[in-house]
Ligand binder design. Structure first.
Ligand SMILES: *[C@@H]1O[C@H](CO)[C@@H](O)[C@H](O)[C@H]1NC(C)=O
Ligand SMILES: *[C@@H]1O[C@H](CO)[C@@H](O)[C@H](O)[C@H]1NC(C)=O
Ligand SMILES: *[C@@H]1O[C@H](CO)[C@@H](O)[C@H](O)[C@H]1NC(C)=O
Ligand SMILES: *[C@@H]1O[C@H](CO)[C@@H](O)[C@H](O)[C@H]1NC(C)=O
Ligand SMILES: *[C@@H]1O[C@H](CO)[C@@H](O)[C@H](O)[C@H]1NC(C)=O
Ligand SMILES: *[C@@H]1O[C@H](CO)[C@@H](O)[C@H](O)[C@H]1NC(C)=O
Length: 365
């Protein structure tokens, strides 16, 4: 039961040492201190966490690898939370705690979003079904001081799972669910798996990544409503056969176009979000982002757009007047604030915090 406290303990540890050069055991001495010393409590925490999260590892070696990652994540999170100067947000040990940031890259968008955004901006694509740098909201002057679509147009938080980089499908579908609500008054959870299975092209590639605008183009070209989430459930795998029942009537709207919010302009983004939920790309690479649990995220982050989410509102904090965007993520309800993140809004940099204003899209119908 206890980790590596067996007769083979030493040899397993040695093999481990050889495979993961210096990564976790720098010597036999530090190894045994780690296994028999003060880390018993940490090991207990790890095993409790494993039980809570239904984790089963294939062997002792895998368990030790995961334990070490867990331990270093816990130390990072506790050091961050202890630092009273860190300010506006907290971190917590969530279900991603046994994975490194490197591994979680698989869960992010594996595509080069920045290159895609600049190519889209400079080439005219005959496949394009609607002009995409036009925003119907550009002349909107009346923007309320706050907005929250989660009480009406937003379905419960979903979970893409850490082994599938399908964030682009979740972000796109959230905006379609929102528009469907605004047009019909019906809140219907729609199928990401349909987009993944049926929309696959060179630019939309299931679990390895994809682009929000390509997901929307697929929906427009298919000229039908997406299946419901229940009718075409999420499997977190790609390469599946498109199984949509073309004759079924699914009850949601068929989108007819999409538009891109003028880039690098949080005022333009505000005008759009005040009118409907919007999908955006963001840089989600930071450890802090992964472990975020509450408050207004203020960085660190750059503009390496590795993730896609939906902006579903905005407001200002009561206590210190920090402006924020309300973001719906697809990492399950246990992550962040019940699956949501508040992220700082209206910063000096034109691209917005974590590049949130660089690539924003919404469907039209
Ligand atoms: C916004 O106003 C400008 C200037 O009057 C006009 O050219 C443009 O078409 C308007 N945009 C929309 C979406 O109405
Ligand atoms: C989409 O489907 C509708 C109803 O089936 C049909 O009337 C319309 O012509 C189709 N549009 C396109 C662009 O195929
Ligand atoms: C849809 O309906 C048509 C006409 O009734 C039929 O020929 C076709 O096989 C049906 N397709 C599917 C996928 O059920
Ligand atoms: C940003 O968008 C606002 C609102 O649409 C517009 O008034 C302003 O001119 C834009 N700023 C830039 C730098 O394009
Ligand atoms: C962070 O956690 C502490 C302790 O639970 C809490 O008092 C504080 O309000 C939290 N801060 C934020 C920004 O959520
Ligand atoms: C940005 O992301 C790409 C793809 O994940 C990675 O190769 C690159 O090193 C990252 N750049 C920075 C500055 O983090």
């Amino acid at each position: 039961m206890a980790l590596l406290i067996t007769n083979q303990g030493q040899s397993i540890c040695l093999a481990f040492f050889l495979v993961f050069i210096l990564a976790f055991c720098s010597s036999q001495a530090s190894c045994s201190r780690q296994l028999y010393g003060e880390d018993k409590i940490m090991l207990q925490r790890f095993e409790e966490w494993m039980a809570q999260n239904g984790r089963v590892y294939k062997d002792a070696q895998e368990k030790e690898l995961r334990y070490n990652i867990f331990k270093s994540n816990v130390e990072f999170i506790e050091a961050f939370n202890k630092n009273k100067d860190q300010g506006k947000y907290n971190l917590s040990i969530n279900k991603l705690a046994d994975h490194t940031n490197e591994e979680l890259r698989a869960m992010r968008n594996g595509y080069n979003v920045r290159q895609h955004l600049s190519t889209e901006a400079t080439t005219s694509n005959s496949m394009k079904v609607s002009p995409n740098t036009f925003s119907r909201y550009e002349n909107v002057t009346e923007v309320p001081p706050s907005c929250d679509w989660t009480t009406s147009a937003i379905t419960p938080v979903k979970e893409q799972r850490y082994d599938c980089g399908s964030c682009w499908a979740f972000a796109a579908v959230a905006t379609v669910e929102g528009l469907n609500y605004l047009k019909t008054g019906n809140l219907i959870s729609l199928s990401e798996q349909e987009v993944i299975d049926c929309g696959t092209s060179t630019e939309v590639d299931g679990c390895r990544g994809g682009y929000v605008d390509k997901a929307l183009e697929f929906m427009i070209q298919s000229n039908r409503s997406l299946s419901t989430e229940d009718g075409y459930p999420y499997k977190a795998v790609d390469g599946g056969v498109c199984m949509v029942d073309l004759n079924a009537s699914f009850g949601a709207i068929t989108i007819t176009g999409y538009e891109q919010v003028p880039q690098n302009n949080e005022s333009a983004l505000l005008q759009a979000v005040a009118n409907q939920p919007i999908s955006v790309y963001i840089d989600a690479e930071a450890e802090e982002f992964k472990h975020y649990s509450s408050g207004v995220y203020t960085g660190p982050c750059g503009t390496n757009l590795t993730h896609a989410v939906a902006i579903v509102g905005y407001d200002t904090t009561q206590d210190d007047g920090t402006k924020y965007w309300l973001v719906k993520n697809s990492w399950g309800e246990e992550w962040g604030e019940s699956g949501y993140m508040r992220i700082q809004r209206d910063i000096d940099a034109r691209e917005g915090l974590c590049g949130i204003a660089m690539g924003a899209y919404y469907p039209t119908a």
